[in-house]
Design a protein around this ligand. Structure first.
Ligand SMILES: NC(=O)c1ccc[n+]([C@@H]2O[C@H](COP(=O)([O-])OP(=O)(O)OC[C@H]3O[C@@H](n4cnc5c(N)ncnc54)[C@H](OP(=O)(O)O)[C@@H]3O)[C@@H](O)[C@H]2O)c1
Length: 406
């Protein structure tokens, strides 16, 4: 094995298993907390040492998620405070190659091509106290090397490029957990999916299909309508046709009347799509305040409303009579564990579910990609190249050949 280099340029990869002393990384520090254009800066950092059970991964591509923006803003919490290292390397999605394993790791080996799920356990071996790797830990994927627990490592779908493989974990595993493990969606059931063209939604639509359920997709534009139908939605509703359906506090009498009318009109549209007078058995919720009253109203008798987020507001106001009189359930869900992520990843390997990447950035653009996300100028799933020298490469062999060919 060759000597340990000090650092390797971006777009190059050292000899398999040779770990450089330092790495290039996008680093957040407290003295530059703020918008991504301020908080994200490239630095040279020491490569991680490994503790028992840990795995070092050469990152080939990394997924871009909103949580890195929160880390840089130090809002709603300052995640750097608990880290004890004075800096933060964000990034909760990645594809890459195992480059070293710590003591006690016998289920992964150097050279394995992998994807990573972000459920980092405070006490490995238990399912308690989950934290999010690359957000609540500071050793994420916006660096040439990342350090994860062995239980976070999953096989990379061999047919996918590094960038596609890095794009789906956080959103797809969350959607899978919501529908499969929490709502227990059944074949023949109907599921209403808010934000069906968004990060979670594109996977919820595909999963409904795989599970033999009918997806009623809600979107706000024609291009997203086309996308979700191509992913297998049974029917689609453009929510712009029902503007009054959006709930807000302190509505006037007139707005309330419009709200009720649009709610009924929207429900009728669902009946038309399903060809029967019934509501969805499951409602896939993450929008929160603006749609939650509609979700509770629209769900069928005994229906389940599964929720993992609240983009438009956390304090939900809904008519609880619809819940108890028709015996519906509200179910909370948060990311996924290693078991459900692994089951979800298997469907990706089998090609039954596919990534839907909307934009790819280069290493140099990782800060800018977060700034665009912060300014709401990106949608869907987005990733960036890290170690991979160009898009379209699927494994280490192809990557080495591309590097050699310049
Ligand atoms: N707990 C967890 O583990 C977890 C994991 C992942 C994500 N989340 C949360 O889930 C939420 C969605 O994540 P994402 O990645 O899917 O985000 P995303 O890609 O931004 O998609 C969200 C979609 O919601 C729809 N939407 C936005 N405002 C709406 C409104 N007022 N009424 C109806 N629909 C609206 C939009 O679709 P249209 O405009 O086309 O309707 C948008 O595409 C976020 O709040 C995120 O923090 C939680």
């Amino acid at each position: 094995m060759s000597e340990r280099p000090e650092i390797v340029p971006i777009g190059q990869v050292p000899e398999l298993g040779v770990v450089p002393e330092k790495m290039h990384a996008w680093v957040i520090r407290p003295d530059r907390f703020g918008e991504p254009k301020k908080s994200f800066q490239i630095e040279e950092m020491p490569v991680w040492d490994l503790a028992p059970g840990e795995v070092l991964v050469q990152v080939m591509a990394a997924g871009i998620n909103f949580n890195a923006i929160w880390a840089g803003l130090a809002k709603p919490v300052d995640v750097l405070k608990g880290l004890g290292q004075g800096f933060h390397i964000a990034g909760s999605d990645a594809s890459g190659v195992v480059w070293a394993v710590g003591p006690g790791v016998d289920d992964h080996k150097v050279g394995d091509e992998v994807v990573l799920h972000c459920n980092h356990l405070l006490y490995p071996g238990t399912n308690d106290l989950q934290t999010i790797w690359g957000y609540e830990t500071g050793d994420g994927s916006f660096a040439q090397f990342t350090k994860v627990q062995g239980q976070q490592v999953l096989p990379k779908p061999p047919q996918l490029s590094w960038e596609d493989a890095a794009s789906y974990g956080l959103t797809y595993y969350t959607a899978h957990r919501m529908l499969v493990d929490r709502a227990k969606l059944q074949p023949g059931e109907d599921v209403l999916i808010w934000g069906a063209g968004g990060g979670l939604g594109v996977f919820a639509v595909q999963l409904a299909n795989v599970m033999g359920a009918r997806a009623i997709a809600v979107v706000s534009s024609d291009d997203k309508a086309e996308l979700v139908m191509s992913l297998g939605a049974h029917g689609v509703i453009n929510r712009k046709e029902f503007p009054g359906l959006q709930y807000k506090d302190d509505m006037t009498e007139e707005e309330l009347a419009k709200h009720k009318a649009d709610l009924k009109g929207f429900g009728k549209r669902i009946w038309d799509i399903l060809g029967e007078r019934k509501g969805p058995d499951v409602v896939f919720e993450h929008v929160g305040k603006a749609t939650f009253p509609a979700s509770v109203f629209l769900a069928a008798k005994y229906g389940r409303i599964v929720i993992c987020g609240a983009t438009t507001g956390f304090n939900l106001n809904f008519d609880v009579r619809h819940l108890w009189m028709r015996q519906k359930q509200i179910i909370g869900s948060h990311f996924a564990d290693a078991d459900s992520a692994s089951r979800a990843n298997r469907l990706m390997i089998q090609g039954k579910v596919k990534p839907v990447m909307t934009r790819l950035f280069t290493w140099d653009e990782i800060g800018e990609s977060h700034q665009l996300m912060y300014e709401n100028k990106l949608h869907g799933t987005v990733s960036a190249l890290v170690g991979a020298p160009r898009p379209g490469l699927k494994n280490l062999e192809e990557t080495r050949a591309a590097i050699a060919n310049g």
